[in-house]
Design a protein around this ligand. Structure first.
Ligand code: ADP
Length: 547
């Protein structure tokens, strides 16, 4: 036979540890924690009830009962002493001793009707023989018990009508009356407090049951909420594909002059509506991701000036259409290349700029980026701000501005918007480690801003923001200083953009991978492709080629 390992000897210890772990894990469960908390509160209540009752009994009720019983005993002793005095004062001296003896026997036999026991347990009579005309020592009487630990003592002076002290009668009185009284009171108190405790226990059990049900209901609601959000996410995801097709065709139709001449208004309306739907769907998708904590950041190196210019270009058309100004104020000392999640920062800024343009009828919107003090080594703290001279937001509305689906009732919001933009933006800015702030005054305008600490990859002036490796001819550079690929490439690229062919666009961009001359072109157009902004991409390509 082979030696077996000593596992059995260790097994009880392991199972004990495992058992403890299971108990600890159970206690760590949120439902269990709440149960324990409720139970602890009730145990405390029980303990304080018992403590205050005990204090009430020993500190107040029991001494009062003792005093009452003592007074009663004294009154009884007084009445018995009066009988003794009467006999001593008016009895015939020759048979006074017999009479007193009989009387003390009677006194010792007096019964308490409440308890059925004897009241006087002992009696000691001491006479002043100078005041009573009998031989000295003839009336000394002592009967019953001499001492008793818990008995009441009452020494009653026997004073004659003339005012002369004839003697003293010492009574030893039974504590039975007190015992009975305090026993009855204690039982009553215990009965009443037990009732209170039973009621408390009932409340405790009811609370535990209710809490258990509430917890289960909460779990069910959360599960159903998750299911709804997932369903919403799936549906909206599915909606995006046909919408992209609609947008692709409206773009194509918009290029066709004859078609536009006859149906221009209708096509533009379809286009605007589809764009609007797409924006709402994207918002709902992001919001559902936010609820499931799936909205994550993917920082990458981004050429800041190009990134900011794209934003301005995207918004300029809308501002121009509304007849308001869109001013940019970018400090010259901004870094050239930083690490950030381009898609998400663009989403935040486009939402703020979009709202600013949407809610401004007069004046304009100012988009500013400045470098402010702060940030760790190798980082730049940038303040992004959007200031408008629009309708503004009242102080009450301002408090709930970041709450989902909250829209301030005005003709503009009634017409457009999902009420999710600011909720998502605030969440994204928080993910980026900052806080979205707002100041606003109705009729004056609004100011939204946030500060970001961004890792600096290259400072301004250290990189050539034009053709990095100088491969492209100056004539093919655009207004934002990019080197464009050749015309054949651009035609095909434009075609894919018009057809909203994401895959085609991506494959073409992959072809440019590893070609430093077109790195900026790729960086510049990628956000459009990722953000499904094909119309803007197509417009930009057409404009750039014309340059
Ligand atoms: P919406 O899709 O409705 O624009 P947002 O979450 O972006 O949703 O904004 C919520 C609400 O906040 C808007 O409906 C609007 O009432 C108000 N709001 C946001 N930005 C501005 C602004 N710049 N000026 C005035 N009101 C604004």
């Amino acid at each position: 036979m082979t030696d077996r390992p000593a596992a059995p000897a260790e097994a009880p210890a392991t199972s004990l540890v495992g058992g403890w772990r299971r108990v600890l894990a159970m206690l760590g469960h949120p439902r269990m924690r709440s149960h324990l908390l409720i139970t602890a509160v009730f145990v405390l209540l029980f303990a304080s009830l018992v403590f205050s009752l005990a204090r009430y009994w020993t500190g107040s009720l029991e001494p009062r009962l003792y005093l009452t019983a003592e007074t009663q005993a004294r009154i009884l002793a007084q009445s018995q002493a009066a009988a003794l005095l009467e006999t001593i004062e008016h009895g015939a001296p020759e048979n006074l001793r017999e009479k007193l003896f009989d009387l003390t026997q009677e006194i010792l036999l007096v019964e308490d009707p409440a308890t059925g026991g004897r009241i006087v347990l002992g009696l000691d009579l001491q006479i002043d023989y100078e005041a009573v005309a009998v031989p000295a020592g003839s009336l000394e009487l002592q009967d019953g018990a001499h001492s008793c630990e818990r008995c009441f003592h009452a020494s009653i002076p026997l004073i004659a009508q003339s005012g002369r002290l004839l003697g003293v009668a010492d009574f030893l009185l039974s504590p039975r009356y007190f015992d009975t009284l305090s026993g009855e009171m204690r039982s009553k108190l215990i009965a009443e407090s037990s009732l209170a405790m039973v009621l408390m226990a009932l409340v405790w059990i009811t609370m535990l049951v209710m809490f258990h049900r509430l917890y289960k209901a909460k779990l069910a609601i959360e599960a159903s909420d998750r299911a709804k959000t997932r369903f919403m996410a799936n549906v909206t995801h599915e909606l995006r594909t046909p919408l992209n097709a609609i947008l692709g065709y409206t773009q194509l139709y918009k290029q066709d002059g004859t078609l536009m001449a006859g149906h221009g208004e209708g096509i533009s309306s379809i286009d605007r509506s589809a764009e609007h739907l797409l924006m709402m769907i994207n918002d709902i998708l992001d919001f559902s991701r936010m609820g499931e904590d799936r909205l994550a950041l993917h920082p990458a190196e981004v050429a800041l000036p190009g990134f900011l210019e794209t934003l301005v270009e995207m918004m300029e058309v809308r501002a121009r259409l509304k007849g308001i100004r869109l001013e940019r104020q970018f400090q010259p000392n901004l870094p050239a290349v930083v690490q950030l999640d381009e898609k998400r920062l663009r989403q935040v800024l486009l939402n703020l700029l979009g709202n600013a343009v949407k809610f401004t009828e007069r004046g304009g919107v100012q988009f500013s980026v400045e470098r402010i003090a702060g940030g760790n080594e190798g980082e730049a703290r940038l303040r992004f701000g959007v200031l408008d001279s629009g309708i503004g937001i009242g102080p009450t509305e301002l408090e709930s501005i970041f709450v989902a689906f909250r829209q301030i009732d005005n003709p503009i919001t009634r017409a457009e918007g999902s009420g999710l933009g600011l909720t998502i933006s605030e969440h994204l800015v928080r993910l980026m480690g900052s806080e979205l702030k707002v100041e606003s005054e109705p009729g004056v305008g609004s100011h939204f801003w946030f500060d970001l600490d961004l890792l600096v990859v290259a400072e301004a002036g250290t990189v050539d923001t034009g053709a990095a490796s100088g491969a492209a001819p100056v004539s093919s550079r655009t207004g934002v200083g990019l080197s464009l690929p050749d015309a054949e490439f651009l035609d095909e690229f434009l075609e894919h953009a018009r057809r909203h062919n994401v895959l085609g666009l991506r494959r073409m961009l992959e072809r440019l991978d590893g070609q430093p001359a077109y790195r900026e072109f790729v960086e510049y157009v990628q956000p459009y492709v990722r953000g499904y902004r094909f119309r803007l991409l197509a417009e930009w390509l057409v404009r750039s080629r014309e340059c």
